[in-house]
Design a protein around this ligand. Structure first.
Ligand SMILES: *[C@@H]1O[C@H](CO)[C@@H](O)[C@H](O)[C@H]1NC(C)=O
Ligand SMILES: CC(=O)N[C@H]1CO[C@H](CO)[C@@H](O)[C@@H]1O
Length: 191
């Protein structure tokens, strides 16, 4: 009897969940799936809730809102999205050395500054999160040893930044890690 009651309870919960998930507005479902501000605003019917870090077709409630370009509002268009500023030159590092990656960001809100920042560093398909500090408009990632795990001369990497533990800013910075024994001509090997 107990089992049956539990089963019924689970079924009831599942039924409620599926109602929530399958809303009958496909546009709303599309918005909810978009996790970057700029892609969110590329849909004319979505808006970006800044503090929630969420794309939605409905209201952002008590939050800063960025609207798609066509909307006449104080903040409309992807230029208002909090994001990483891509450096002019691709960064290059020597494999096996400790590095402090830093990332310039723009369009951020004061309340973001007081949250926990992290860097998500990907290199050769592996991903790691490290703590970071924000100083002015620059995010400094904790020092990491970037090393090639492959036998290629260069490995490709990227870094993205997260605020409030897990809210990603738009954009990323690409870098390469060179094995100077295999590619002495890499800029990182010439210093
Ligand atoms: C932003 O959201 C967090 C919860 O994630 C909340 O604690 C905080 O008060 C919000 N800040 C603003 C300025 O809305
Ligand atoms: C320059 C450098 O760090 N090279 C290393 C790349 O990875 C191989 C395999 O792990 C090491 O043997 C190299 O020393």
């Amino acid at each position: 009897m107990k089992t049956l009651t539990a089963l019924l309870a689970v079924t009831a919960v599942l039924a409620t969940l599926s109602i929530v998930e399958a809303s009958n507005d496909p546009q709303s479902d599309i918005c909810e799936q978009l996790s970057s501000c700029a892609t969110c605003l590329s849909k004319s019917y979505c808006a970006w809730c800044v503090n929630k870090s969420k794309c939605t077709k409905s209201s952002c409630g008590n939050d800063n809102v960025i609207y798609p370009k066509r909307v006449k509002a104080l903040m409309s268009g992807p230029q208002f999205c909090p994001k990483i500023v891509r450096p002019e030159k691709e960064l290059a590092f020597e494999s096996g050395k400790k590095q402090i990656l830093s990332v310039k960001i723009t369009q951020i809100y004061i309340y973001m500054a007081f949250t926990t920042w992290k860097c998500r560093i990907s290199l050769d398909g592996e991903e790691m999160d490290v703590n970071a500090v924000l100083l002015s408009d620059e995010v400094y990632c904790d020092a990491v040893v970037l090393s090639n795990k492959s036998d290629k001369a260069e490995a490709e990497g990227s870094v993205t930044v997260l605020w409030e533990q897990n809210k990603p800013l738009d954009g990323s910075v690409l870098f390469k890690v060179c094995r100077c024994d295999l590619d002495p001509s890499c800029v990182a090997c010439k210093e």
